[in-house]
Design a protein around this ligand. Structure first.
Ligand code: HEC
Ligand code: HEC
Length: 287
């Protein structure tokens, strides 16, 4: 009967869609941006971070990088706590993105030291050999415009003093980009507090032999050489060619990282792979 009466059908369809929209879209607006939705500790961008954010938009970084950690186990294990709506209150426009050619950056802040980012932005393949991320070394030659940044801070209503603007003198687009990346998702310094401990017996699951060491070396070259150098004598991270550590201690250090120091944890590789690297690292100087 309804299908034969197009006007009635149109009205009913409209009502059905509106009811759905009200329940799923309009009603939640009542709680968005209220106290219940706030995430404590989320701060507005500083002048330098905001300049970096605008360069991020200009360069289209969001075409390859998302900025939202989904509440899925795989995402949370890889990137950190999932994103909450209150974390985006100062993002206009938001940069969630929809495609991950590169990894998600919502929790990038504090993951590496500044020096890592400078080198990675200038030449990604010097750290991650298989990376297809373009090099952005040209950002070193571009100065930030303090006047323009002052006006942007004012329009967005972010706190900004004349001293903050003065401090921008001589800063490059690269400085701004690194400052921005270091702020992402780390306003509450969760990384410093996030102690990841191996739950289980810390004991080498296999005997030390040449095949294990070979696998360990390969894993080292893939995951560690960017910071510690392919010969272990260090670049961004320290020289570890001659470390003197109990194997359990070394395992725990690699598994959990050193929070807040630029040495990331590698728990996502799983215990076996870490033990292989430990086995190789203990054999100084040989294959
Ligand atoms: C063509 C796609 C592409 C573009 C464009 C791109 N990236 Fe990437 N990015 C990647 C890939 C792939 C990786 C992973 C390999 C690596 O670390 O280089 C990556 C890694 C990163 C990382 C390290 C993430 C981590 O936790 O290890 C950062 C930071 C980053 N990109 C920032 C940027 C910024 C800032 C821009 C824009 C100026 C940008 N990327 C543009 C593809 C891209
Ligand atoms: C993003 C850069 C980075 C990567 C990748 C990295 N490290 Fe580190 N590593 C550091 C930094 C920085 C330190 C120094 C931390 C501190 O003590 O302040 C460090 C410290 C260490 C130490 C302690 C050295 C000492 O003398 O106390 C060991 C051992 C180590 N790393 C092993 C590894 C291994 C194995 C890997 C690969 C699974 C790895 N690191 C990957 C940056 C890195």
């Amino acid at each position: 009967m309804w299908e034969k009466n197009p006007v009635l059908f149109l009205v009913l369809a409209f009502c059905a869609i509106m009811a759905g929209s009200i329940v799923t879209m309009i009603a939640p607006f009542a709680t968005v941006n209220t106290e219940a939705d706030r995430v404590p500790g989320v701060k507005p961008y500083t002048a330098l971070e905001l300049a970096g954010r605008d360069i991020y938009i200009r360069e289209g970084c969001n075409n390859c990088h998302t900025q939202t950690v989904r509440p899925l186990v795989a995402d949370v294990l890889r990137y950190g706590p999932y994103s909450k709506s209150g974390e985006f209150v100062y993002d206009r426009p938001f940069l969630w993105g929809s495609r991950r050619t590169g990894p998600d950056l919502a929790r990038e802040g504090g993951k590496y030291g500044d020096e890592w980012h400078y080198q990675h932005m200038r030449d990604p393949r010097s750290i991650v050999p298989e990376s297809n991320m373009p090099a952005y070394a040209f950002l070193d030659h571009e100065k930030i415009d303090p006047d323009l940044t002052r006006r942007k801070m004012k329009v967005l209503g972010f706190p900004c003093t004349e001293a903050d603007i003065k401090a921008l003198a001589g800063k490059t687009a690269m400085d701004a980009m690194v400052a921005y990346l270091q702020k992402l998702g780390n306003d509450d310094n969760w990384r410093e507090a996030a102690v990841v401990e191996y739950q289980g017996e810390t004991k080498k699951p296999f005997e030390d032999d040449a095949t294990i060491r070979k696998a360990g070396r390969r894993l080292y070259l893939e995951h560690c050489s960017g910071c510690h150098g392919s010969d272990r004598t260090g670049s961004i991270g320290p020289d570890i060619s001659d470390i003197d550590m109990e194997e359990e201690e070394l395992f725990n250090l690699i598994y959990g990282g050193i929070p807040g120091s630029g040495m990331p944890g590698f728990s996502n590789l799983g215990a076996d792979r870490i033990w292989k690297m430990v086995t190789w690292l203990e054999h100084r100087g040989d294959e």
